[in-house]
Design a protein. Structure first.
Length: 108
């Protein structure tokens, strides 16, 4: 069985210093940037087969200074959170894992 390397995502917030998100936090950041203003939900990432604990990954990204807003959306039986970027984030590099290798930029 081949071992996978840890996903590493280097990014900046509003043109600030480079920061590093690894593993699922890095994957969540890529998903947020790729989704743009539409954002992402736990159900969407769970169905994609990777983010069982999206709320925890979002919490960690917020601690790193990533500007993320949570919008509550009602549905039968309650509501859920939709996470989206509320400020500019630029992904500078991606390495490891099964990630794409092109720079991504989101401007909110």
């Amino acid at each position: 069985m081949a071992s996978r390397t840890l996903l590493k995502v280097t990014f900046s917030v509003a043109g600030g210093p480079a920061k590093l998100a690894t593993g699922r936090e890095g994957q969540s950041l890529i998903a947020l940037v790729s989704a743009g203003p539409r954002g992402i939900t736990s159900l969407e990432t769970f169905k994609a087969g990777w983010a069982v604990r999206l709320g925890a990954y979002i919490f960690d990204l917020k601690k790193m200074g990533v500007p993320i807003v949570t919008t509550r959306e009602p549905h039968d039986g309650g509501n859920h959170g939709r996470y989206s970027l509320s400020g500019p984030v630029t992904i500078l590099s991606i390495s490891g894992g099964d990630a794409i290798q092109q720079p991504l930029k989101a401007v909110a």
